[in-house]
Design a protein around this ligand. Structure first.
Ligand SMILES: Nc1nc2c(c(=O)[nH]1)N[C@H]1C(S)=C(S)[C@@H](COP(=O)(O)O)O[C@H]1N2
Ligand SMILES: [Mo]
Length: 405
């Protein structure tokens, strides 16, 4: 039998200083065993998130906001949801970070350093709404697998970077280009270096839009590590899975990109409605493109108790590639609706502010429901919309409870 090996005094001393106290029986700590006190990092501290964010998973890290935390027009980092499919890159070597453009449909591949990107192309800033395709998944029945997002996997940050369009024009692309796919520096959960955690993309028409950025700043600062430092593809209005973090390479494809999580039930929904729980043949699944019309009441918090019969409510509304043209609220469970004040977006693909002065007829329990209508005339459903295998695209009306006494 092998003798147990114990750790050296120097390693022990450094562990004790990291813990801020003596490890009393440290001389008996088996070699290779990390004290629990050192292995568990607090993700809220690690990512500078508010303590009231909701942690859904810690391998990979996934966190969401509560609706009232999303009250700002530009969401501050502390309230931005985190969605990782794999493991965040350990070390980011910004000095040597490059972006390569390759694929069947480039005339010849090209690589840019970060500083080339910043100096050779004009920078642009846009406020862009990013919502996880699975936001609202927790409401579907039967429950689909995956993170049980409730309402807070959405945000609108200010992104600064260069247009993907400008880069693609500089590289030169062939006329048969149909799609772009991203490749990133995070690793697969299995640790297998030959596998990618996720590699999605958008059709070439979306890639060529003015607002589609290769961003290097979020909210006027370096992008936080967890949100894709140092470089991120940002395709606002589409499922946020299309906005690749830790971006290293973009392939210009002559086919619909076939990277990790482009097929099967990943970010795809039945092309036509199915019964809840039904299995759907692969050829009847369609890739999610523009996200549906939706809104969120960000003030007050649900459960508000008020003593006045008047209440100011406010929130945000967004509709993928469309704009929102009408915003309404109901205090009688959707029987009648009144119009809210609705602001224009600061730029395309940014969420819009709405507000209303609500009057309650008498004391008692109420629910305030909010409903948006987009520029195609499509409104949010009052209840959970069509079931799909992975529980995407739940854009049901947001409801908050209010007690008037
Ligand atoms: N490289 C990489 N990019 C990624 C992901 C990822 O796991 N790896 N997750 C995607 C998904 S599914 C979402 S919803 C958004 C989340 O962005 P956020 O963490 O900034 O909120 O990033 C997308 N881009
Ligand atoms: Mo996502």
């Amino acid at each position: 039998m092998n003798r147990r090996k114990f750790i050296s005094k120097t390693v022990l001393a450094s562990m004790a200083s990291a813990l801020g106290m003596d490890i009393v029986f440290g001389s008996r700590l088996p070699k290779g065993l990390l004290p629990l006190g050192l292995s568990k990092q607090d993700p809220f501290e690690l990512f500078s998130k508010d303590k009231d964010m909701i942690l859904l998973n810690d391998r990979p890290y996934n966190m969401e906001a509560r609706p009232h935390q999303l009250d700002d027009d530009i969401t501050p980092n502390e309230y931005i949801f985190v969605r990782n499919n794999g493991l965040i890159p350990n070390e980011v070597d910004v000095e040597n970070w490059t972006l390569s453009i390759d694929g069947e449909s480039v005339i010849s591949p090209k690589t840019y350093t970060l500083s080339e990107l910043k100096t050779r192309f004009t920078s642009h800033s846009y406020q862009l709404t990013l919502e996880c395709g699975g936001n609202g998944r927790s409401e579907f029945d039967p429950p689909p697998k995956g993170n049980q997002w409730s309402l807070g996997a959405v945000y609108c940050a200010k992104w600064t970077g260069v247009r993907l369009k400008d880069i693609l024009e500089d590289v030169g692309i062939k006329s048969d280009a149909v799609y772009i796919g991203y490749h990133a520096a995070d690793s697969h959960l299995s640790g297998d270096p030959t596998k990618e955690a996720i590699s999605r993309g958008v059709p070439i028409s979306k890639a060529m839009m003015e607002e589609t950025l290769i961003a290097y700043q979020m909210n006027d600062q370096d992008i936080p590590l967890v949100h894709g430092y140092p470089l991120r593809l940002v395709a606002g209005g589409w499922p946020a899975s299309a906005s690749g973090k830790w971006l290293e390479r973009i392939s210009v494809r002559n086919i619909v990109h076939d990277g990790e999580k482009m097929g099967g039930t990943s970010y795809r929904v039945p092309c036509s409605p199915v019964a809840p729980g039904e299995s759907v043949a692969d050829e009847n699944m369609c890739i999610i493109e523009s996200m549906p019309v939706k809104s969120l009441i960000t003030y007050p918090k649900t459960g508000a108790m008020i003593s006045d019969k008047k209440l100011s409510i406010r929130g945000h509304t967004w509709a993928g590639e469309n704009s929102v043209i009408k915003m309404e609220y109901s205090i009688d469970f959707g029987s009648t609706w009144k119009e809210c004040d609705l602001k224009k977006a600061p730029n395309r693909l940014a969420w819009q502010r709405f507000s209303a002065e609500v009057e309650f007829p008498q004391e008692g329990y109420y629910e305030v429901w909010a409903k948006a209508t987009d520029s195609d005339g499509v409104s949010q459903p009052m209840l959970v919309p069509g079931w799909n295998p992975k529980g995407y695209l739940n854009n049901a009306c947001h409801r908050i409870a209010v007690k008037v006494s």
